[in-house]
Design a protein around this ligand. Sequence first.
Ligand code: CU
Length: 211
Amino acid sequence: MLVKLPQSMTVAEYVSAVRSGSLFPAGALDYSGAGLMSPGESVEVWVKLDPGQCILICWNNGHARSTPPRPVTVEYRISEDVPPKEDVTVKLIDFRYELLGRLRKGPQVIRIQNVGPTMHEMDIFRLHEGKTLEDVRRWRKHDAGGSAPADAMGGVLDSHDLKRVIWMRKNFAAGRYVLHCEMPLVTNSQPTNMEITHADLGMVREIAIEE
Ligand SMILES: [Cu+2]
């Protein structure tokens, strides 16, 4: 995830707030980024940044506390880059995924738009043979380090600016996939142990990509 720090906050102060249990240290802004990925996977993501001090940080399985984030300085530049034309749009809505179009086998561009009213994200998992959406939900909730029922394909993470549209490109094989939102219900700067996530509230959806 890319996070933009306020001018008054150092990377060490952000990390210290995270270590004391905050997932959203006050004043820092989430700018999305690539979702959860299993080893060997890759994904391309387009997201508009603003100039300033950012960090790259991984929230999986305690890594935000154990691994120092990577500082990244974003400079102002007029960019001619145009995101690719999408094959599918996914709308993130409290608390569900709405797909406009159909995901197909091969390289696909997905445009991700948050309808809100709260922040969302979309991890994409490819189910292992015989595994179900419920297996993924339970694994992410209770046993992130254990034997995985799916491979994590990447996706897009949350953004404080709900209007920020994000694009991703990924080569999909045929199979059964799960879209999964792991946002906590409470997103203030207070320490949280993520008692309730959006996935618990039903923001998890299985889709099939045909051969
Ligand atoms: Cu959500």
